[in-house]
Design a protein around this ligand. Structure first.
Ligand SMILES: [Zn+2]
Length: 219
């Protein structure tokens, strides 16, 4: 069931404090609308009941898909590469084969859901994305900031990413052959499977991919 907590929120407009029910976790088996609520961000919409001002209220949130066996913990701006939560570990101790992830922003939750819904491995996606982002940096002669997996095309055998490049963070779509992903998947299976089985929520993003690649190359 969707879990909420009552929280005092200060309205940035009228400066008054109101008590609001904040959604802290959702389970796709019991909340069929959970994925849509993440995609269109309605779950982060907050409305002041004093003046009617609406804004995006970003707060920690746990997305749980028991059927597909993954949990995504959103902690705004989280930088740590691993988060352990004793209470959650205990609660879900019988689900040791579940993929547990922590993500720093809303786009990253959407991306993780999209990766897992496509039956892909997010570690391999991150390694692929890192390699592709280097190509994009060279092609555009700009820094590449964030990038997200957007599409898998099995007919064309391609995988696509959206990057944000340059000072104005302009959107840049790059498609690459699926073999690049398959090679990354091979590296993950041979080297990083054990990491997956440890307790804790892993932050599998750009920093993880850089560290993993360094570890792999130094072998
Ligand atoms: Zn207000």
């Amino acid at each position: 069931m969707a879990q909420t907590v009552l929280k005092a929120v200060h309205c940035p407009k009228c400066k008054q404090q109101t008590n609001t029910n904040i959604l802290i976790s959702m389970n796709t088996a019991e909340d069929p609308g959970a994925m849509q609520a993440v995609y269109d961000e309605t779950m982060f919409r907050w409305k002041c009941n004093k003046c009617g001002f609406t804004t995006k209220y970003q707060h920690p949130f746990l997305y749980n898909d028991i059927e597909r066996k993954y949990m995504i913990y959103y902690i705004p701006q989280v930088e740590r590469l691993k988060i352990t939560d004793a209470k959650l570990e205990q609660e879900f101790s019988d689900l040791s084969d579940i993929r547990k992830r922590v993500v720093p922003d809303i786009n990253a939750i959407k991306e993780k859901i999209c990766i897992f819904e496509n039956g892909l491995n997010d570690m391999a996606i991150e390694l692929t994305k890192l390699a592709v982002s280097e190509v994009v940096a060279k092609e555009t002669e700009h820094n590449v900031y964030n990038g997200y997996f957007t599409d898998l095309d099995e007919e064309k055998n391609t995988i696509s990413f959206q990057f944000f490049v340059g000072g104005d963070r302009r959107s840049y779509i790059q498609t690459t052959r699926l073999e690049v992903y398959k090679r990354s998947l091979d590296i993950v299976r041979k080297n990083f499977v054990r990491e997956e089985r440890q307790p804790g929520f892993l932050n599998i993003g750009r920093q993880w991919a850089k560290n993993a690649l360094d570890k792999y190359k130094s072998k």
